[in-house]
Design a protein around this ligand. Structure first.
Ligand code: AKG
Ligand code: FE2
Length: 381
């Protein structure tokens, strides 16, 4: 029997082991060449499926609110064009951010607040990211003021005092401010579109939001010079926590963002020039009573260096009470979620990710698993 056939049979009998074999085989040819990336069978199939699965919408055309509603109901994701954002400002931030992330570790460590009092930095996982060579730094807009580039992150409740970033990369601050400005109007427009899509009260809706708290995170994926371990991903499967995520992928290395559809299948987010990817977070899904899905997504392995700019819209005030919108509740679709304060919800979701969560909450080992799985279910959507 030919070895290849034997392998196929063995893989068919033991799918998990077969997958491992496939991963090892992939590792043996790491890094994947451009041809393999374009033409790999599984990837091509996934991409073909994605074309039919994740909508691409031109927001400059009439009916944008309804089309957004349909996309978010179906997958919780949409790739948008016609957004009006100055892409040049985003490109400039990408360049400066790459300069920062490629700079010596001592520079990047200036941003590591995890050992100090800025527990927000630790809570958001920046501690390990920065120590591993610099992967993320948060920006946010000071309340009511000009956009500022700040180190650390707000506390869980979003109340930490911002700290100015040391100028280790000339022009970084200006680039960040330029990108924030470029995004600001778009974020406001998205807030308006969401209100329209959901038929929400145009007075009550904006009063719950604070567009000036919308930040920008730079997620850096260093070039993968060694093959990933079996099952390892560039960004593990997760659901975003808050309102709407506004994701600008790296034009030079866009491949990798994948979404799990309702039927469990993973699909690629389509690659579209100068597009922005929108996706629904857990709190927004909850507010819509589950009408809009908060889908699980991840970033798959690719050898390329990559930088994603991750922003948000529909940013709730920490003390905003979030309960299913009346327009999303009906006799056929009764309210599924109790009212919750946005700040409390986000704090709890961040805590769920800590290793010592059960211990912090005083759960016994036996009770912990039960409580955790219930909490995760509650806080997932
Ligand atoms: O970088 C990407 O493509 C996705 C990042 C992401 O999912 C996130 O930051 O929540
Ligand atoms: Fe995400």
């Amino acid at each position: 029997m030919a070895p290849a056939l034997a392998t196929q049979r063995w893989a068919a009998r033991a799918p998990a082991a077969g997958r491992l074999f496939a991963q090892l085989a992939e590792a043996a040819t790491w890094p994947p060449g451009p041809r393999r990336l374009r033409e790999g069978g599984a990837r091509r199939r996934a991409a073909a499926r994605a074309a039919a699965s994740i909508d691409v919408l031109d927001l400059s055309l009439p009916g944008a609110a309804d089309r957004l509603d349909a996309s978010f109901r179906a997958t919780g994701f949409a790739v948008v064009t016609g957004h009006g954002v100055d892409y040049g400002a985003l490109r400039q931030l990408r360049l400066k951010a790459l300069e920062f992330f490629r700079s010596p570790l001592e520079h990047k460590q200036l941003f590591d607040k995890a050992g100090g009092e800025h527990k927000g930095a630790r809570a958001r996982g920046m501690h390990s990211r920065l120590l591993e060579g610099g992967r993320a730094v948060n920006f946010w807009r000071a309340r009511g003021g000009l956009p500022r580039l700040d180190a650390g992150a707000p506390t869980d409740a979003g109340e930490a005092a911002p700290e100015p970033v040391p100028e280790c990369v000339p022009g970084f601050r200006e680039a960040a401010e330029g990108a924030q400005r470029a995004m600001h109007d778009f974020r406001l427009r998205l807030d308006g579109l969401v209100c329209e899509s959901l038929g929400a009260d145009p007075v009550a809706f904006p009063s719950k939001l604070d567009p000036f708290r919308a930040g920008m995170r730079l997620a850096y994926y260093p070039a993968q010079v060694t093959p990933p371990a079996p099952g390892q991903l560039r960004y593990g499967a997760h659901v975003d926590s808050g309102g709407m995520t506004v994701l600008v992928r790296d034009e030079a290395a866009q491949w990798g963002t994948q979404v799990q559809l309702h039927d469990g299948e993973w699909v690629d987010v389509p690659l579209v020039e100068e597009s922005i990817v929108l996706n629904v977070g857990a709190l927004l899904s909850r507010w819509t009573n589950g009408r809009w899905r908060a889908s699980v997504h991840r970033v798959g392995n690719d050898a390329a260096e990559r930088l994603s700019i991750v922003g948000h819209s529909v940013v709730f005030k920490a003390d905003a009470e979030v309960e299913p919108l009346p327009s999303c509740v009906s006799p056929e679709s009764p309210s599924r979620y109790a009212p919750i304060k946005a700040g409390d919800f986000l704090t709890e979701r961040v805590r769920l990710h800590r290793d010592n969560y059960a211990e912090e909450r005083g759960y016994s080992r036996a009770a912990a698993e039960q409580a955790l799985s219930e909490q995760i279910r509650d806080y997932q959507m």
